[in-house]
Ligand binder design. Sequence first.
Ligand SMILES: [Zn+2]
Length: 467
Amino acid sequence: MCKENLNSLFLFILNDIIRLGDTMPKRKRRLKVKWKNVFKLLSVILVIIFAFKGISYLYFNNKVFNDIKGSKLTIKTNKKQIKLSKKNVEYINSSNVKVKIKSKKLTYNLKNEYINNITNLKIHLYKDKIKEDGFNNSKGYFISDDKIKTGNVTVKLPFFLSHKKVVDVYGVKGNDYIKEYTKKVKNKQITFKYNSDYDRYVITYVKLKEIRVDSEQINMVKNRTRKILINIIPAKATNNKIKYIDVDKKYISIKNNIIKSKKDGKTSFIIKVDNKKIKMFVNITSKKFDVTKVNGIYYVDGLMLVNKSYPIREDYNPGELNEETKTAFAKLQNDAYAEGINVWIVSGFRSYSKQKELYDDYVSKEGQEKADTYSARPGYSEHQTGYAFDVNEATDKFNNTKEAKWLEKNAHKYGFILRFPKNKEDSTGYKYESWHLRYVGKDKAILIHNSGLSLEEYYGINSKYKD
Ligand SMILES: [Zn+2]
């Protein structure tokens, strides 16, 4: 609806009031004015308010001005300079500029006779909630212009953006929002390079709601590192530069989300984002994990521990994988299958004597030195615990399969760790085995997996034969 139409509507109703007033008896006339016509007047005022709510911006020659109503703006073009006074704006509204409002979309058509060197300039400006994942219903300021092909565009920001320190500029093509810039706001405006490949641009500020970390209580081992996984909610938050505050450098150092413990004890620090009140406290406990021995079996952090430094007693023989491990694997197997991934256990529990048989066979074929890189000596195999097993095919051929990749990405979610990861030979004592999984429970599996460490590195223990 344009102002012209509103004016005539207004006049029509005013006329109506007068006309009614003339034909009614005096008492009724007053009533009519008080009730019906006051109501009509109010609705007209409401319509005017609504109609003009969106008309606050004028886009002209690569510049966007807001609040053209009653403002005095100077627009510079190559050829001439036009001053937009209140009168100019009225003139634009009444004659030479057609104002169309389709929902919240605003179009100004500036005609030849008003500005000679600009024709068919189309502007679509509106502020609206961005209906796109990850924006969390932020308001956006949409800009498109058929006329502009390239070049710098200066946008004077509307109030909801102009007081921000930085704003994001997204290029929109179809349903894709591509973040092009994070721009500093200067004098309530920003300038960015316009690329006509995009359907339109959205300028927005996405408010940070929450910072999440994978664990608020982190257990560490002195001199070990651990990656801390930080999630910014919403992911598209404009302010997303992480800062670490109150870091006690005696105890820890942090760089690129990697914490290194320097001293045993308890400490904490704060994760924060620039200029925002939202904080996340993280507590760190650094201690050496004690390896304990109970009934001839070693434990660390409640886990049965078997490696080249920590053997398991010869007669420990549960006979099969334990129930917890089997249940967790069944769940993993089901979920994997649903994604087109087939995994099965090819070798589970192995007794001391079975391991002896295998190992002796390898030694006789390839010699002890070679056999030690891939096969455990009897009494040193994790398979004897009933918590470890091999899947599909226990050879290097399995390494590059989609099944191995799926396990590397997902096994921890079910409580399993890849016990002998890539490039961890020095700590585990074994070469990379993509097929050997160990059940440690979901919580520990996630922590160990996210640390990027082998089990030995994570707990600060060794894996080396004594001889
Ligand atoms: Zn194995």
